[in-house]
Design a protein around this ligand. Structure first.
Ligand code: AVI
Length: 318
């Protein structure tokens, strides 16, 4: 990317951040889209979250892939091109590709080229000779697969329970678009977190070391840095709460006192105790996941879980 193109992209991103912040912070219930949590510092903090003792999803999903890899590989079947939506560091893809029979290609898809490079390198090392075809695209919208993927049947891979960060309608829309992108005969391996005790969930999203709190509060630092806002992050605190009715963990930033924050020429008042809803992480019962997948045109073929039923991996058929 040339320096001018990079500057244009940064300016566009800043304008989108300001537009989202103004819309969200002037709504009757203040909210910010969770995608803005992931700047460089947010990504670093999220990586740290995945290693916390309280945050079970990452290690549990890796445990399922490791312990039940042979069964998963046999169920998926041979000769598939794996298309991963948001590959992170490529660790899970490397594990999955290690257990698949004659995979045809690996296609990591992400809007951030730096993530793609890391994942592509990791998979190339783990599976030498496998065609690796990275795609820079926003996978929450439609995008074309590279022509070089050929006619091999596709396996979508969407681990990490990232599906849970969508609202239910958004999850169905994503799954429907993915089915169309992957084409006829596609399968999908989907990782999703299961409903469990609120105490376990709330600890996972409000850890003792305060890493998740720092991850959440970084959003205010980001608005100060990139949108010229004047948040006092010390006047807000992180809260994670289980919403029983909607079966989701919500992250909120709670205003510790009445205060006014300025952003893009607007004065935004906060009452003491008022919150900004920064992220929802939906948790699923198997029947609910099957319902969402069904609404998007997928059928559940198989499901694997860990011995404590914390997390699930679903194999879906188009
Ligand atoms: C990225 N996503 C699946 C994480 C989750 O568990 O919902 C984001 C996260 N937020 C706080 N901790 C982790």
């Amino acid at each position: 990317m040339s320096a001018a193109t990079a500057r244009d992209a940064a300016a566009q991103q800043r304008a989108a951040l300001i537009a989202d912040a103004l819309a969200g912070l002037t709504a009757p219930r203040k909210t910010l889209p969770c995608k803005w949590l992931y700047d460089v510092e947010g990504c670093r903090l999220f990586e740290a979250i995945t290693r916390l003792p309280e945050y079970y999803p990452t290690r549990t999903e890796i445990g399922i892939l490791t312990d039940q890899g042979a069964a998963i590989g046999a169920a998926v079947g041979p000769g598939r091109a794996v298309v991963e939506f948001g590959p992170g560091d490529g660790e899970k893809a490397a594990l999955l590709l290690g257990m698949l029979v004659r995979p045809a290609a690996y296609v990591p898809v992400d809007i951030a080229p730096e993530w793609l490079e890391g994942a592509a390198n990791r998979v190339s090392l783990a599976r030498p000779g496998l065609p690796v075809l990275p795609v820079v695209a926003d996978f929450t919208a439609s995008f074309p697969l590279p022509a070089r993927i050929g006619a091999a049947p596709r396996l979508g891979f969407f681990p990490g329970s990232t599906i849970g960060n969508f609202e239910p309608e958004g999850a169905v829309a994503f799954l429907r678009r993915a089915r169309v992108t992957l084409g006829p005969g596609a399968r999908m391996l989907l990782g999703a977190d299961l409903v469990k005790s609120p105490a376990v969930l709330e600890a996972a999203y409000d850890d003792a070391a305060g890493v998740t709190a720092a991850f959440d509060l970084n959003l205010l630092h980001r608005l100060n840095r990139e949108a010229g806002a004047d948040f006092d992050p010390g006047a807000f605190r992180h809260r994670a709460v289980w919403n029983e009715e909607l079966e989701r963990i919500e992250m909120h930033l709670v205003s510790e006192r009445a205060q006014v924050v300025h952003l893009a020429g607007r004065a935004i008042p906060f009452a003491a105790g008022e919150t900004i809803h920064t992220e929802s992480s939906h948790k699923y019962r198997p029947e609910r996941l099957a319902e969402l997948a069904g609404a998007a045109g997928w059928r559940v073929a198989q499901r694997w879980t860990d011995p404590d039923s914390l997390f699930g991996l679903w194999l879906l058929d188009a």
